[in-house]
Design a protein around this ligand. Structure first.
Ligand SMILES: Nc1ncnc2c1ncn2[C@@H]1O[C@H](COP(=O)(O)OP(=O)(O)OP(=O)(O)O)[C@@H](O)[C@H]1O
Ligand SMILES: [Mg+2]
Length: 348
């Protein structure tokens, strides 16, 4: 799978831009030139939303009403055109996903094109909040599994409704019957169990694989959504006015295998960084196994994060795949990469 070209219209600081992409593409430019923005746009083609925008509308160029990302993807025996359009009218964001100009639901669009992104901020996956770790795991499963995408969106909608009901009851705004709750709880239990089992499957995959860069264990601290647990937390939920059990409360903890100590608490920054790189290598392999295609690798500014030995380790471990890298200085790029067979350089 190769991303042949990319066209951006009103995407962040790129008002109108078009890029041809080779099997190795290096984007060079000073700070704020728009390098990360290009990788962000490519990554949106994989999962329909931005990895870094709080709201997807933030990706629309200041002053514009819409943004469009278009790309051509070459498979071994097929070519497809993908497009994502975000439009913001009257503060309402609409999203369109097109495959060969035909509109698709996001659940049918995502995973046509898969990508794995490394950014210097990824270290926060380990160090900060559970929500970031859930978002990270979701971003993988969202690309790899249609059943997950569907379950995710049904679960999210039902959760919102149930939370609203709990809140209204607590505030004395409205009363609901048990049957009203049951309707949404049935959805939450059914779809929640799909989310839990797919997350579990990913964690098992990570734990079973060899880790050549850095050894760690991933523990799935799951919050199951079940009738029994909803019953158990009934009074707490009424008092809190929010749903307290379910995958929206899951966490994932990285451990050192020998000492069983938590990497977030005991690891050095270098160890956290290596854990993330190892995880990303496993992510590439997971997506390959799930979709049959090697994902495109998007490496944002990694030369500032890793030393030479580890850069080589990462490159040696990854399957032969299209790689799009960014850097501020040409000198940072290892010779081994510059001397690859098909290299294109985009200067911003
Ligand atoms: N919606 C938007 N409209 C216009 N410009 C935007 C928008 N969102 C972000 N920008 C601008 O895009 C510019 C480029 O951002 P980007 O993060 O891609 O830079 P970069 O080349 O990766 O820089 P660095 O080397 O510092 O990481 C920034 O100056 C930012 O303010
Ligand atoms: Mg950047």
């Amino acid at each position: 799978m190769i991303l042949k070209n990319l066209k951006l219209k009103n995407f962040r600081n790129h008002r109108s831009a078009s890029f041809g992409l080779f099997s190795t593409t290096i984007i060079i430019g000073p700070n704020t030139a728009g390098k990360t923005n290009i990788l962000e746009a490519i990554n949106i083609l994989s999962r329909g939303k931005s990895f870094r925008a709080e709201h997807d509308k933030d990706t629309i160029c200041e002053g514009a009403e819409f943004t469009r990302i278009e790309a051509e993807i070459d498979y071994e025996n097929e070519k497809i055109k993908l497009a994502v359009i975000f439009s913001n009218t009257n503060n309402y964001l609409s999203k369109k996903f097109l495959v060969n100009n035909v509109p698709k639901r996001l659940s049918d669009f995502a995973s046509k094109f898969t990508s794995v992104l490394f950014t210097p901020h990824d270290i926060e996956i380990i160090a900060t909040s559970p929500s970031l770790r859930r978002r990270y795991i979701d971003s993988i499963l969202y690309q790899s599994d249609k059943k997950y995408r569907i379950a995710f969106s049904l679960y999210e909608k039902a959760l919102k409704r149930r939370n609203r009901m709990l809140y209204d009851m607590r505030e004395g705004k409205k009363q609901y019957k048990r049957a009203d709750f049951e309707y949404f709880e049935k959805i939450l239990i059914e779809q929640g169990s799909i989310l839990t089992s797919k997350r579990e499957e990913f964690v098992d995959f990570v734990n079973e694989r060899n880790k050549e860069i850095f050894d760690f264990v991933l523990f799935y601290d799951k919050s199951e959504m079940s009738e029994a647990r909803l019953f158990k937390y009934h009074f707490e939920e009424q008092a809190a006015g929010i749903t307290l059990v379910g995958p929206q409360r899951d966490d994932f903890i990285f451990y050192f295998p020998k000492t069983k100590k938590v990497i977030r608490e005991f690891g050095s920054r270098g160890e956290e960084r290596l854990t993330i790189f190892q995880l990303k290598v496993l992510e590439v392999n997971y997506l390959l196994r799930a979709t049959g295609h090697i994902p495109v690798l998007l490496l944002d500014d990694i030369f500032s994060e890793l030393d030479d030995t580890n850069i080589h380790k990462v490159f040696d471990l990854l399957p032969d795949q299209q790689t799009i890298l960014t850097t501020t200085h040409r000198e940072f790029i290892p010779k081994k990469i510059l001397n690859r067979e098909e290299v294109s350089i985009i200067e911003l």
